[in-house]
Design a protein around this ligand. Structure first.
Ligand SMILES: [Zn+2]
Length: 204
């Protein structure tokens, strides 16, 4: 999980439909209006799931209401309550259900609160430890499927470290900002770029 900056607002076509129909039922929103919204959220999140940060496509993603759409009906169409999640039935929005999470991708300290041990690929709470650990637990962000995926990404990072004359210790990416920037520059055209950037930022 990493901080998402909500820079946009509801796409025009979606906003117009909501205004015209004056409904508070999310399921009334037609496919096209939802699709435009999904595409915008996808761009805003650099193509990653809002919780597990795995690469997703707009076709394999669902719009997630950070605050539950049944309990907070007025926030159903609030752009700042909408995120894009993967559709795994093992973690993320399916695991969260209608629960509230205190550390989430819009939380100011999200980046400092959730960190990763590169040896085990496990996420853990750092700042706001108790709340962050609880969020990781609710979202099942240490599910085997996600651990395996992060392990593959860590291995990919490690493959390229010897190219730099710094040190092939992965922790150096966190401690040496120039090293980190050079590494990210090297992988910037990789299809996994945003996932690798996430992994490097989570090192602790
Ligand atoms: Zn996910």
């Amino acid at each position: 999980m990493q901080k998402i900056n909500k820079t946009g607002s509801m796409p025009d076509i979606t906003a117009k439909w909501i205004k015209k129909h004056n409904t508070l039922n999310w399921n009334d929103l037609p496919f096209n209006e939802k699709e435009v919204l999904r595409e915008q959220l996808h761009t805003e999140q650099h193509g990653l799931c809002c919780y597990c940060c795995k690469k997703i496509s707009t076709k394999s993603a669902s719009v997630e209401h950070l605050q539950d759409k049944h309990r907070h009906r007025k926030l159903q169409f609030s752009y700042d309550n909408l995120l894009l999640s993967c559709v795994s039935n093992k973690h993320c929005n399916i695991a969260k259900q209608s629960k509230e999470i205190k550390v989430h991708p819009l939380h100011t300290d999200c980046d400092d609160s959730v960190k990763m041990n590169p040896l085990s690929a496990q996420l853990f709470g750092d700042k706001h430890k108790k709340d962050a650990d609880e969020s990781i637990d609710i979202l099942k962000l240490n599910h085997n499927e996600l651990i395996n995926h992060r392990t593959d990404l860590i291995k990919l990072v490690q493959t390229y470290l010897p190219l730099f004359n710094v040190c092939d210790d992965i922790y150096q990416l966190q401690e040496n900002i120039t090293f980190k920037d050079s590494f990210l520059e090297l992988v910037k055209d990789f299809p996994q770029y945003r996932e690798l950037e996430y992994i490097v930022n989570k090192l602790a």
